[in-house]
Design a binder for this molecule. Structure first.
Ligand code: FA5
Length: 357
C-alpha cells in the first residue's frame, strides 16, 4: 500500500511539474491542467477515491499508518493544485493587462488633416493673382437692398434685365444678392479713382439646377477705374488671370453680352476642359463654357458712384468661380461641390494642397 502511495505521489509530482512549466508561455493551458489534475486525483472517481477502496481491507494498525500517509499526500496534492490554479489565473490576468494596455495620454480622436474646398482654393489663387497686379480686396453683405443689387447698377425699376436674375426676396424688400457686382458700388462709395478692387462670395438665384447651374454659387468681381482704361486693358487682365489659374494656354473667346452696368459688355467663354471642346452636359454640348461677364463700366454707374465719366473710365468683370474650379480640377458637375460630402472634398485634399501664409 505504501508503494502505491509513493507511486501516486511520483505520478502527481511529474504531472504537476509539466503543468507548472506552462505557466509562463501558456497560462490558460496551465489553468486547464490544474483543473484536470484536480478531477484526476481528487475527483469522486479519482485516484484518491481508488486508494480509499483498498484501505478498507487493511488491518487497523496498518490502516491508521497508511491513512496518515494518504492524508498527507492529499493535502500536498490539494495545496499544489490550488497554488497552480492561482498562479495560472494571475498569469492570465497579467497577460491581459499587458496586451490590452490603454495609453490614456493618447488623443482618442483620429486626426485627419483638413483641406480647403476647391472653390476656396480657387478664390485664394485668384486673390493672389490679382493682389500681385495691384488689386485690393473688398467685401459686401449677402443680404442686400434693391439699390446695391439693381438700381445703382443701372437697372431701372422695370428693367427687363431684372428678370434674368431670379431673385430671392425677403419680406420688407431686402434680397439675397444675385451678383457680386454689388461690391463695385460699395467700393465706389469709399474710393477715389484710380483704384483696382476685387471682391468675392456667395450669390443666390432661384435657378433650375443642373450640371453647371446651382441656386447658390460663387462669384469673384473685379473693377478697375483710371484714366484711359480700354477694352485692351480688360483683355490683358483676363489673360493674365487665366494663365495664372491654368498655368498653360487655354482657348477663350469674347462674345458680346448685355449687362445694364457695362457698355460694351461681353461674355468670356473658355473651351470646355471637361470634354476638350467635344460637347458635354457641363457645356450644354456646345464645347464652350461661359466663365464670366465683363465690359466697360457704364457712365451712369460711374456717375452714381461720384466719378466723372468724362475724366475716368473703367472695366469690370464678374466670374463664376465654381465653374472655374470645375475646369481647373476636372469636376464634371457643380452639384457635388456644394453637397457637403466629405468623400468628395477629400478627393482634393492631397491634389490641391495649398499653403496659407
Ligand atoms: C453677372 O452676374 C454679372 N454681374 C457679371 C458682370 C460683372 C458683368 C461685371 C459685367 C461686369 P452672369 O449672370 O452672366 O453675370 O454671371 C456671371 C458668371 O457667373 C457666369 O458667367 C457663370 O460663370 C456664373 N454663373 C451664373 N449663373 C450661375 C449658376 N446658376 N450657377 C453657377 N454659376 C453661375
Amino acid at each position: 500500500m505504501q508503494t502505491k502511495l509513493d507511486q501516486l505521489q511520483a505520478e502527481f509530482l511529474a504531472q504537476l511539474a509539466e503543468a507548472q512549466a506552462l505557466l509562463n508561455e501558456a497560462a490558460d493551458q496551465a489553468g486547464k491542467q490544474a483543473e484536470e489534475l484536480r478531477i484526476a486525483f481528487l475527483g469522486k472517481k479519482g485516484r484518491f477515491a481508488e486508494l480509499m477502496v483498498g484501505l478498507k481491507d487493511l488491518g487497523n494498525e496498518e490502516k491508521a499508518q497508511v491513512g496518515k500517509g494518504v492524508n498527507q499526500l492529499k493535502e500536498l496534492v490539494t495545496n499544489s493544485i490550488s497554488d497552480l490554479s492561482q498562479k495560472a489565473q494571475t498569469a492570465i490576468a497579467d497577460l491581459a493587462v499587458r496586451s490590452q494596455w490603454i495609453d490614456i495620454s493618447l488623443n482618442p480622436y483620429q486626426e485627419e488633416p483638413g483641406s480647403l474646398h476647391p472653390v476656396s482654393l480657387m478664390h485664394l489663387k485668384l486673390e493672389e493673382i490679382f493682389e500681385a497686379m495691384g488689386f485690393t480686396i473688398y467685401d459686401g453683405p449677402q443680404v442686400e437692398t434693391d439699390h446695391y443689387n439693381f438700381e445703382a447698377l443701372n437697372f431701372d425699376p422695370h428693367h427687363p434685365a431684372r428678370d434674368m436674375h431670379d431673385t430671392f426676396f425677403f419680406k420688407g424688400g431686402r434680397l439675397l444678392r444675385t451678383q457680386t457686382s454689388t461690391i463695385q458700388i460699395r467700393a465706389m462709395e469709399k474710393l477715389k479713382p484710380p483704384f483696382r478692387i476685387i471682391g468675392s462670395g456667395k450669390v443666390f438665384r432661384c435657378e433650375r439646377v443642373d450640371a453647371s447651374h446651382d441656386a447658390c454659387f460663387h462669384q469673384l468681381e473685379g473693377m478697375m477705374v483710371d484714366k484711359d482704361i480700354s477694352v485692351a486693358n480688360l483683355k490683358h487682365f483676363m489673360q493674365v488671370m487665366l494663365s495664372g489659374i491654368f498655368e498653360s494656354e487655354v482657348k477663350v473667346r469674347l462674345r458680346p453680352g448685355y449687362f445694364p452696368f457695362v457698355e460694351p459688355g461681353f461674355e468670356l467663354e473658355m473651351a470646355c476642359l471637361i470634354c476638350g471642346g467635344e460637347g458635354c452636359a457641363v457645356c450644354k454640348r456646345v464645347g464652350w463654357i461661359e466663365l464670366l461677364g465683363c465690359g466697360m463700366v457704364h457712365p451712369n454707374v460711374l456717375r452714381a458712384g461720384g466719378i466723372d465719366p468724362e475724366e475716368y473710365s473703367g472695366f469690370a468683370f464678374g466670374m463664376g468661380t465654381d465653374r472655374l474650379a470645375m475646369m481647373k480640377y476636372g469636376i464634371s458637375d457643380i452639384r457635388p461641390l456644394h453637397s457637403g460630402d466629405l468623400n468628395f472634398s477629400r478627393l482634393f485634399s492631397a491634389a490641391t494642397h495649398y499653403r496659407l501664409g
